[in-house]
Ligand binder design. Structure first.
Ligand code: ZN
Length: 430
């Protein structure tokens, strides 16, 4: 493949630098050694993006440097709107010439078959087995990244295309990624395995998503001054990011919270078991058989809607349970979450409330109400709108209500785990 890429002239002349960082020399010996590690600086990508024939297309919202007036208007409009998203943000002095960027600590491969490189710019790759002790590899890589990014923020970079020469500045909006990345990159002691779960708040009843819960009654939870969520000792490299490396820069990634090993898949797995096994929507019989029947229905739905799922069966293994006393978890890959969700919406629509056993009527009603809210939420997100109303925030509340009602009915469904809390931050308090 490498030869094919070279032969067909599919390469970009982007400069690759090497940064000395500690890496694990071998998994067996567990010793760390300094090694020059390859990185592609943001500044290197930026320079390549302005060469012939690109003209800055990737960085200038699909425009070229030759349309400089339009570019300036687009950037100014972006920053004026961003004020509404994050009022406490340190806004750029030259909004018309400042390009925003995000740091994503994840490979993000393959969603909808778009290659990672079409939606983001690679900085570096490091296999998990090469990580040095105490996050030293990540810190080394991030320190070099921050130095380059700060240079772009303070002094900018001059580019030329089509006879126009212009200096642009770049500013970071935030960092996202999976939870282990955020913890390692920001040196957070708060997290899913700690006594304090969340770096944004320190509410003891983090699992209360009701209207009287702390997340709802304290809408300023994000900016609330709570104890430091960072480890003691040398600061994480990202905290030196200009103009501010504050906790506000640590964002929650919805994909990792909901679909990729997230609580959304647990929610769907429980919904599936509830509908197929406890409501017997696909007939009576042993629970394994009922899940098979549900899968047949799902497969038919996929075919008639021209969808392809990676899920091969609704088996115990797929739901990660051996009995109904265990909470169903996960379901397929990240991209399957949207599919299963749509299928469940169709199933719920076709269900007659009177067929649901008396003792599960309440759960059914909440699931139906909550599922409409979940669908609406993602529809809005995917349509590219940012603003969420309290109505769309109902899904976290729905998850909590389903967990409580099923517990009362003696069903092991809708397990509440830390990611539910992070979801609540996204939908309830921004
Ligand atoms: Zn929190």
């Amino acid at each position: 493949m490498y030869r094919w890429v070279q032969r067909n002239n599919k390469t970009l002349p982007v400069e690759i630098h090497k940064v000395p960082i500690p890496v694990r020399s071998s998994a067996r010996r567990k010793t760390d050694q300094g090694r020059p590690w390859p990185v592609i600086y943001l500044s290197s990508w930026f320079k390549v993006a302005f060469q012939e024939p690109y003209g800055g297309f990737f960085f200038l919202a699909g425009q070229r440097l030759t349309e400089l007036d339009e570019v300036k208007k687009t950037l100014s409009r972006f920053w004026s709107r961003y004020r509404g998203v994050e009022p406490n943000f340190v806004f750029p002095e030259r909004p018309d010439l400042t390009i925003p960027f995000y740091v994503h600590g994840d490979e993000g491969r393959g969603y909808c078959k778009r290659h990672t490189f079409t939606t983001r710019l690679l900085y570096s790759l490091i296999p998990r087995e090469r990580y040095a002790a105490e996050g030293a590899s990540t810190q080394g890589l991030m320190a070099a990244f921050v130095a380059d990014a700060n240079e772009l923020y303070h002094h900018g970079v001059e580019v030329t295309f089509g006879g126009i020469c212009q200096r642009f500045y770049l500013q970071c909006l935030g960092t996202k990624g999976d939870w282990p990345f955020l913890r390692s990159a920001w040196k957070l002691w708060a997290g899913f395995s700690s006594k304090r779960l969340c770096h944004k708040c320190d509410f003891e009843d983090w699992h209360d998503f009701t209207t009287t819960g702390p997340l709802r009654t304290n809408p300023g939870a994000n900016s609330r001054s709570v104890g430091d969520p960072f480890h003691r000792g040398p600061l994480a490299a990202l905290r030196g990011l200009a103009p501010s490396g504050s906790t506000e820069k640590i964002k929650i990634d919805l994909a990792h919270t909901w679909s990729i090993a997230g609580c959304g898949k647990d929610y769907l797995a429980s919904g599936l078991v509830f509908i197929a096994v406890h409501c017997r929507h696909f007939g009576a019989g042993a629970w394994e058989l009922l899940l098979d029947r549900a899968f047949e229905d799902f497969s038919r739905w996929c075919v008639s809607n021209k969808k392809v799922s990676s899920i091969k069966e609704f088996s115990k293994e797929e739901l990660k349970i051996t009995s109904l006393q265990q909470y169903p978890r996960g379901l397929g890959k990240g991209s399957d979450a949207a599919l299963v969700s749509k299928w469940i919406a169709t199933v719920l629509e076709g269900m007659d409330e009177n067929q649901v056993p008396e003792e599960y009527q309440n759960i059914f009603k909440v699931l139906k109400w909550g599922h409409a809210s979940v669908s609406q939420f993602f529809k809005i997100i995917y349509c590219g709108k940012i603003w969420l109303t309290a109505h769309e925030g109902e899904q976290a509340e729905c998850y909590g209500a389903l967990a409580r009602l099923s517990w009362e009915a003696g069903l092991a469904l809708w397990y509440i785990r830390p990611k539910c809390h992070m979801l609540a931050h996204v939908v309830l308090s921004g």
